[in-house]
Design a protein around this ligand. Structure first.
Ligand SMILES: [Zn+2]
Length: 72
């Protein structure tokens, strides 16, 4: 009985991790504006390597939305 409960908990935990990984991956496909002013950085992981206008953060894969800078 206890073993069944434990295995169910582990299953649910693994499923949650699985869904979180999918959600995480999908959310990075939605472009997000970089943060910072003089020094731009990734809004997700804070990597300060976005000065070359990477389409995707080289650290975490977040898609970067540069439209905010095009009208300056
Ligand atoms: Zn990043």
């Amino acid at each position: 009985m206890i073993e069944k409960c434990i295995s169910e908990i582990i299953d649910k935990h693994n499923q949650a991790d699985f869904y979180l990984a999918i959600i995480n991956a999908l959310s990075k496909q939605l472009p997000r504006e970089p943060k910072g002013k003089d020094w731009l950085y990734c809004p997700v992981c804070g990597a300060d390597v976005l000065t070359d206008k990477y389409k995707f953060c080289p650290d975490c894969g977040q898609k970067i939305d540069w439209r905010c800078l095009e009208n300056d």
